[in-house]
Design a protein around this ligand. Structure first.
Ligand SMILES: C[S@@+](CC[C@H](N)C(=O)[O-])C[C@H]1O[C@@H](n2cnc3c(N)ncnc32)[C@H](O)[C@@H]1O
Length: 226
């Protein structure tokens, strides 16, 4: 099925959130990082400002800056409204209110929008759709990330996940995926299947992290070469 702008609901996090989501350390910051399904997050923009190298991949990078900006403007009120309706499904300690959420998300997405065209020319933002293979050679990156895409969208199925993660592990020494819940905030249906598939060849752990917005969504899956 074609990936159409009208089906895109852009929502992006920032570096401080990625740092807590993935327990990023100083040595992680200095490593070669690639982030899958990175969307309109400001992680790449903020890391670039700190002189760190990040490559972001996402199907939305096929669209122009103006198309994405327009789509963010069209969809953000609906997402905020839905979050308000489901207020009790979230933990309001770091993000304190709906207004706070709006500021944090809009700051991140505006920074992404301002950085997008330049970043595309520098190949920091690359159009790519999982589970397709990437253009990178084996072990081009130290760390591969997936925030709020793989495992969360469990309806994509186990086969999609195994193909996607296999490609990530081909080009990365280690990958980290957050959260390990599905969109209904319960343990993702694909989690056990992923662990079973990769456990004989890779070191796998589930780490507690210092980030919980979706209730009980405070664990990250780490898969590493043995
Ligand atoms: C909820 S957003 C998360 C964005 C960002 N990672 C963050 O946490 O702020 C999910 C992202 O997955 C992307 N996505 C959807 N289908 C994809 C696919 N087949 N391969 C890679 N990314 C995909 C979407 O375009 C979107 O940007």
């Amino acid at each position: 099925m074609a990936f159409e702008l009208k089906n895109v609901v852009p929502w992006g996090r920032n570096l401080e959130e990625y740092t807590r989501i993935f327990k990023l350390t100083d040595s992680d910051y200095k490593s070669r990082i690639i982030s899958f399904g990175d969307g309109p997050a400001s992680f790449n923009f903020e890391m670039t400002k700190l002189d760190r190298k990040v490559v972001s991949l996402d199907p939305i990078y096929q669209f122009t800056r103006d198309e994405l900006k327009q789509r963010i403007a069209e969809t953000k009120d609906t997402i905020l409204e839905q979050t308000k309706t489901n207020h009790n499904n979230f933990v309001w300690t770091n993000i304190k209110s709906i207004q706070d959420l709006e500021h944090i998300r809009m700051d991140a997405m505006n920074n992404f929008i301002d950085d997008f065209e330049l970043g595309k020319t520098k190949e920091r933002y690359i159009y790519h759709e999982l589970p397709n293979s990437t253009k990178f050679s084996d072990l081009s990156f130290d760390l591969g990330l997936s925030s709020h895409f793989l495992i969360l969208y469990s309806q994509l199925g186990l086969d999609f996940h195994i193909k996607s993660i296999s490609e990530m592990l081909r080009i990365c020494k280690e990958i980290r995926i957050f959260p390990i819940l599905n969109l209904n905030a319960v343990k993702s249906e694909v989690l056990e299947g992923i662990i079973d598939y990769f456990k004989s060849d890779y070191q796998i752990s589930i780490d507690l992290v210092d980030y919980e917005f979706q209730k009980r969504g405070n664990q990250m899956l780490k898969i590493k070469r043995k």
